[in-house]
Structure formats: structure tokens, C-alpha cells
Design a protein around this ligand. Structure first.
Ligand code: SF4
Length: 340
């Protein structure tokens, strides 16, 4: 669970019950600064003279605000729309795509007007009837670490559970899902857990849940009847990578119940980076040991107009062959969505 160092309440946010609950929960806790704004000028309340320090202070900051624009971003190919419950994440993963996307806004922000957000979702659902509309809850955030006091996912899960023509999904590296287990989700919410080997987690991730805690949470979600998937990402090639990814999959296999209601899904994504991301990462994590030597990678133009450095073809083929074989051998009821 995210325990912030400072909480900034934007103008008007305290009119909402979610903000009041957050204030009541944290206002008497030692070491947590409470800032109530009469404007929405957040940046001046987060210390930091450069990207390095601003990132670290920003990551310890919770902003509570009202989502003004209710135009949802599209979220292809995994969903039709992003559901903007939360933005940002308490984690400090060196390779995280949010470093580029939210570089100047590293804080976690909870949107308290969840009723407006869900009403807007209803409009998008109605527009696409009779087709099913899918919403992604973690496109620019990991909403799980604030769930114990935002209850945003809880509201969304219940909302989508009641709607025949809508589905919800989110992905997480955290395990704070206990409050979601007894909800009437109606199998309309898919929870995906992003997992990796302990070596990768210990080396490149900071302030995320351990491998085993994520697996434990995934088993609870399966037992609560949710469709569950695993994102193995990013996959790195390093000494013993095959042994360690095998061990990861084996540990998962050992803990999975035998009577799965839904196939377990797998999405496997090899490590890649853009030049923009690399330039930010070297400032925020100057000591990082991420493999980002352009000469050792293949440059690939992406569909969004910028190129990225991916592993060369022989390595990608090896990754694909390895995961296909391992997943095929270890899991009975499964679906491999893609290995890229
Ligand atoms: Fe980024 Fe996910 Fe790590 Fe959060 S947990 S910093 S969203 S990679």
C-alpha cells in the first residue's frame, strides 16, 4: 500500500467523500504533510531542483483531485478506452514507460469524482451498443497500491459487473486486492499481474511487491472467480535467464489451482526502449544497469511514429521459442496472447 510523504488536495476535491475519507485516514499520521490548495498548482509543493530529486519527491506524493476533462483516451489494442481512475504509480521501476509518459508528473493522482467518470463510461458503452466496450484501468497508472483508501477499483468492478455490454481490466505489480475479492464482479473484470524473475525485480524495480506476493494475490483473484492473466514483462536476456524464467513459471504452476474456470492468459514482452526513454532514465537513475547499448539492439519503427530499440531477431526468436515451450509444457488451461 502506498503511504505518501505528502498529500496535496486540489481545489474543490474535499467536497467529495473519497477525498474526505483520505484526509481522515492520514491527517493525524506522523510524517505525512497535508496540503490543501486553493488552486491546482501542484508542482511548487513538490521539492526538487532537478529531474533526479523531483522524481523521488514526486513519487512520494499523493495528489487528490477532480478529473475535469471527461473525454477518455483510446487504448488500443488491449481495450477501447482508458478509464481514468488514477494516474501515476508509487513504484520506481527503472524501465517504466511512465518515466517518459509522466516524466514531469511522477506523483500518484487519485480522481475523486468517480461517479462522473463512471457516468461517462456509461455514455461510451451506450454509443457502442450492442457491442461490448472494454475499459483499461491501468493505462497510465498502477491503481492497486492506493486501492485500500481510494476504493476506485472496487466501485469500477461493481459498476462493470452490473453491465452486460462492458468489461474492465487492469494490470498490477502490487498485491493490495483483498477488498476486491468479495465483490459481485460477474466475471466482467480481468485482473492481470505483471511478474518477473526475482533477479529482474531486485535489480530494476523499487517499491513494488515481491514476485511471491504478486503470485499469492493472483491465486486469491482466481479463487474469487476473476479471469486472471499474467504479463511477463519486460523479459531480459542475462546469465541464467532461462533457468530463472523457468523457475518463475514453475512456482506459478505449483500454486495455481487445478480447477481453473478460465484459461490463464500470458502476455510476454521483451525489453525495449526509445531514445527519449533512455535520456530520461539516465538522469533519473544515473547508476542504472539496464541493457541499453544501441549497438546491441535492432532499431524498429513503431506504429506511433517513434522508433524503439528491441532485441535482435535471433534473441527474439529464442525468447519466443523458450516461452512457447515452457508455457505449453507447464500449463494445461492457458492461452498465450502474444510473445513480442
Ligand atoms: Fe511503472 Fe508498473 Fe513499476 Fe509502477 S509498478 S513504476 S507503473 S512499471
Amino acid at each position: 500500500m502506498f503511504v505518501p510523504k505528502r498529500i496535496i488536495f486540489e481545489k474543490d476535491s474535499l467536497e467529495y467523500s473519497m477525498a474526505k475519507n483520505i484526509l481522515n485516514r492520514f491527517k493525524n499520521k506522523d510524517g505525512i504533510e497535508i496540503i490543501k490548495l486553493t488552486s491546482n498548482k501542484i508542482k511548487q509543493h513538490i521539492p526538487g531542483e532537478d529531474l533526479f530529486s523531483y522524481y523521488r519527491e514526486g513519487k512520494k506524493t499523493l495528489v487528490v483531485g477532480v478529473k475535469k476533462s471527461l473525454k477518455f483516451q483510446s487504448c488500443k489494442p488491449s481495450a477501447h478506452y482508458q478509464l481514468p481512475l488514477v494516474s501515476g504509480c508509487m513504484g520506481q521501476c527503472e524501465y517504466c514507460y511512465l518515466n517518459t509518459k509522466l516524466g514531469d508528473k511522477p506523483f500518484v493522482k487519485i480522481h475523486v469524482n468517480i461517479d462522473d467518470i463512471l457516468n461517462q463510461a456509461q455514455k461510451y458503452i451506450d454509443e457502442r451498443l450492442p457491442d461490448i466496450t472494454i475499459f483499461e484501468g491501468a493505462a497510465t497508472s498502477d491503481p492497486v497500491s492506493v486501492e485500500p483508501y481510494s476504493y476506485s477499483l472496487e466501485k469500477a468492478v461493481v459498476f462493470f459487473g452490473e453491465r452486460k455490454n462492458a468489461r474492465f481490466r487492469f494490470v498490477t505489480k502490487y498485491n493490495d486486492i483483498d477488498s476486491l475479492l468479495d465483490l459481485n464482479h460477474n466475471e466482467h473484470t480481468e485482473i492481470r499481474f505483471s511478474i518477473n524473475t526475482s533477479s529482474v525485480i531486485n535489480k530494476y524495480e523499487h517499491f513494488t511487491a515481491s514476485r511471491d506476493k504478486r503470485i499469492e494475490a493472483s491465486i486469491k483473484a482466481i479463487e474469487a472467480g476473476y479471469p486472471v492473466g499474467f504479463l511477463i514483462a519486460p523479459v531480459f536476456i542475462y546469465d541464467n535467464w532461462k533457468e530463472e524464467y523457468h523457475d518463475l513459471l514453475l512456482q506459478l504452476r505449483k500454486k495455481l489451482p487445478n480447477d481453473l474456470k478460465f484459461p490463464i492468459t500470458f502476455e510476454v514482452i521483451s525489453h525495449r526502449y526509445t531514445t527519449t526513454a533512455k535520456n530520461i532514465i539516465v538522469q533519473v537513475f544515473p547508476e542504472n544497469e539496464l541493457p541499453m547499448n544501441d549497438e546491441e539492439r535492432k532499431f524498429k519503427y513503431g506504429q506511433f511514429g517513434y522508433g524503439k530499440y528491441i532485441y535482435p531477431k535471433e534473441s527474439l526468436d529464442e525468447i519466443k521459442e523458450f516461452f512457447m515451450k515452457e508455457i505449453e509444457e507447464l500449463f494445461n488451461n492457458k492461452e498465450v496472447k502474444y510473445i513480442i
